[in-house]
Ligand binder design. Structure first.
Ligand code: URA
Length: 181
C-alpha cells in the first residue's frame, strides 16, 4: 500500500551522510493484509536503485525460501531498520538506526503483523536486547505484544552454502514463522 506515510518518508533528510549518497529512500513492501513482516538491516546497491527491499542476491534467496515454506513473497511485508543505503554498504551506525526508528515503528504499526521475523543480529537487536543472535535464534519471543522470531540473515546463509547451518536454520525458522500465522 502506498500511503501518506510513504510520501513523508521519501523526503526524509535526517541522516546527512545517507542523504548525500542514496538514490532514493527504500520504504519497504507492505502488501495489503500481510500477516508476516520480515525486517532486514539496510538497503544495498540494488535496493537503492530499484527502490524495493531485498531485490539482490539475499532477496532472491529470501523469495525462494518463502516460496518453499508455502508463503510467497508477494504476501509478505519487508522493511529494513534503516531506509537509505549506507555508503559502500557499511553497517548503519547506531545513530542512523535510532534516527530511523520512528519511521520503522510507524511501518510496523501500519502492517500490524501477526509474526515478525528479524534477519541477522542487527535487525534482531533492533527489537530484542540480546548479546548474540544464537541466544534467541529460532525462538518465538513476545516483544511489546508482538511475536518476534529472530533468524539468520540470508547473506549469512549464502556465505555458508546450501548445507550450512545458517541456510538450514533460516529455512526452518521461516517455516516456523509461517506455522505461527
Ligand atoms: N537488502 C535489504 O533490503 N536489506 C538487507 O538487510 C540486505 C539486503
Amino acid at each position: 500500500v502506498s500511503t501518506e506515510l510513504d510520501g513523508r518518508m521519501r523526503f526524509c533528510t535526517r541522516c546527512p551522510e545517507l542523504v548525500a549518497t542514496r538514490t532514493q529512500v527504500v520504504v519497504g513492501d507492505r502488501p495489503a493484509g500481510a500477516r508476516l513482516l520480515v525486517i532486514g538491516e539496510a538497503p544495498g546497491a540494488q535496493e537503492d536503485v530499484v527502490g524495493r527491499p531485498f531485490v539482490g542476491r539475499s532477496g532472491q534467496l529470501l523469495d525462494a525460501l518463502l516460496e518453499e515454506v508455502g508463503h510467497p513473497r508477494h504476501q509478505v511485508a519487508v522493511i529494513n531498520t534503516v531506509k537509505c543505503r549506507p555508503p559502500a554498504n557499511r553497517v548503519p551506525t547506531s545513530q542512523e538506526t535510532a534516527t530511523c526508528r520512528d519511521w520503522t515503528v510507524a511501518l510496523i504499526d501500519s502492517v500490524d503483523p501477526r509474526v515478525t521475523v528479524t534477519l541477522g543480529l542487527s535487525a534482531t537487536r533492533w527489537m530484542v536486547k540480546t548479546p548474540t543472535l544464537s541466544a534467541v535464534r529460532g525462538k518465538a519471543l513476545e516483544v511489546d505484544g508482538r511475536t518476534v522470531l529472530p533468524t539468520y540473515h540470508p547473506a549469512a546463509a549464502l556465505r555458508g552454502g546450501p548445507n550450512g547451518e545458517a541456510m538450514v536454520r533460516l529455512r526452518e525458522d521461516l517455516a516456523l514463522a509461517v506455522s505461527l500465522l
